[in-house]
Design a protein around this ligand. Structure first.
Ligand SMILES: NC(=O)c1ccc[n+]([C@@H]2O[C@H](COP(=O)([O-])OP(=O)(O)OC[C@H]3O[C@@H](n4cnc5c(N)ncnc54)[C@H](O)[C@@H]3O)[C@@H](O)[C@H]2O)c1
Length: 381
């Protein structure tokens, strides 16, 4: 079999998840790893033959079908640009870039150079998220009235918690909204097929100064390292966003990285004129459906019971739990199939990455001005 050849740039938390998911496809070979720190050691740990500390040298040297960009947000722009210059397709982690201008420039460049790109909004590939999309598109919920939810975590609850994500220079103007809120926003538009028309946001920075550990800390680590330096924080720990959708539906989103007890909860509730549905990433193989005139239901992930579009992203029979790594696998499966020109796909594209940048910027502008910010006149996707 002629396997597609790819490389991964950035071998931290999410780079390792990409490598694992890619290997599960069987049709893609991870031929190289690039990391700015300890590249050889990290490549050896992941069982990858070639290691590079410089992504440009890697792209100069190797013939790659795609590159996966799994580095901090502020580096996405330059690495994606380099991939496009080399004519290499890419899967970029979210958020796509740190500014709208960068995202627009990359979108135009990719189009000119015929390069295909995906942004890893993997929540689209959870079977029950896709089922919700299919149900809404088939009219099973009726006219959509409200869409609300949350993306909440607790890993930055204490002032001694630290990550590169706390440094504005690494992430752009918003942090919690761009880091996790963007997943929810993408999912909300994806499942409803509706555009968010206006936003009104309020931000809260709980710790304007945090204590950065003197020693290096891995993403999501809770280890106590003893000695600290003080760093100013100008991005939000939490945000509340009011939403108005293209059809007049209203909604809200709570985003927080300082919500005790919530490890990684991304949840959405959509209510329409015929029924309502709720999904929660911490119970992600089930979809709750609410009715006015008959008993409510819980639909479990069972390919035999799902719409075709959702069943296609199921790999195992009912009762066999599929989760976070499986959504990555499904996303990459679609991406590589699209490189081969096979079938339809609905992974998040470069345009979807740009869309999230526009939403994040509007939310930031609203939080700063205290006013509603209008995004687009389009009502549906
Ligand atoms: N899709 C998701 O669910 C999800 C989850 C977590 C993180 N992410 C995204 O993935 C990206 C990485 O996050 P993470 O948590 O894995 O970070 P991390 O800090 O764990 O890993 C980042 C890695 O990139 C390397 N790196 C930094 N700059 C580099 C450069 N110029 N060239 C090569 N390597 C470089 C670092 O040495 C490190 O190994 C972020 O954009 C983040 O938003 C996405």
């Amino acid at each position: 079999m002629n396997k597609k050849k790819c490389a991964v740039v950035g071998a931290g938390f999410i780079g390792a998840a990409h490598v694992e998911a890619l290997r599960r496809l069987g049709s893609v070979e991870v031929v190289a790893l690039c990391d700015a720190q300890d590249a050889e050691e990290k490549a050896a740990q992941l069982g990858i033959d070639r290691a590079y500390s410089d992504y440009r040298a890697m792209m100069d040297e190797l013939r790659l079908d795609a590159v996966h960009i799994c580095t901090p947000n502020c580096t996405h722009y330059e690495i994606v640009k380099c991939a496009i210059e080399h004519g290499i397709n890419f899967v970029c982690e979210k958020p796509f870039t740190t500014t709208i201008e960068q995202a627009r420039e990359l979108a135009a460049m990719a189009e000119r150079n015929g390069v295909r790109g995906a942004v890893n909004f993997h929540s689209r590939m959870y079977p029950m998220v896709r089922e919700l999309r299919e149900m809404i598109s088939a009219g099973e919920l009726g006219e959509i009235f409200t869409v609300h939810g949350e993306y909440v975590q607790d890993w930055l609850l204490y002032e001694t918690d630290y990550s590169w994500r706390l440094e504005g220079s690494q992430v752009g103007s918003t942090r919690a909204v761009a880091d996790i809120g963007s997943h929810w926003l993408d999912m909300a538009e994806f499942v409803t097929g509706l555009r968010i028309r206006r936003v009104m946001a309020q931000f809260r920075t709980v710790y304007p100064v945090r204590k950065k550990p003197a020693a290096k800390v891995e993403t999501f680590s809770t280890a106590d390292v003893g000695q600290y330096t003080h760093i100013p924080v100008d991005t939000e720990d939490a945000a509340v966003v009011l939403l108005e959708f293209g059809n007049g539906a209203i909604g809200s989103l709570v985003v927080s990285q300082v919500f005790a007890g919530k490890k990684n909860t991304c949840a959405i509730k959509v209510a329409g004129s015929r029924s309502a549905a709720s999904w929660d990433s911490e119970d992600l193989n089930n979809l709750s459906i609410g009715y006015r005139d008959r008993a409510n239901a819980v639909l479990a992930k069972d390919p035999a019971l799902l719409h075709q579009g959702a069943a296609e992203t199921v790999s195992y029979p009912s009762g066999h739990i599929e989760g976070f790594p499986d959504a990555f696998k499904q996303n990459f499966k679609q991406f590589y199939a699209s490189l081969a020109g096979d079938g339809g796909y609905d992974y998040a594209t470069i345009q979807d990455g740009l869309r999230e940048m526009e939403l994040c910027q509007a939310i930031f502008d609203s939080a700063r001005s205290g006013r509603w910010v209008t995004l687009t006149e389009e009502t549906t996707i």
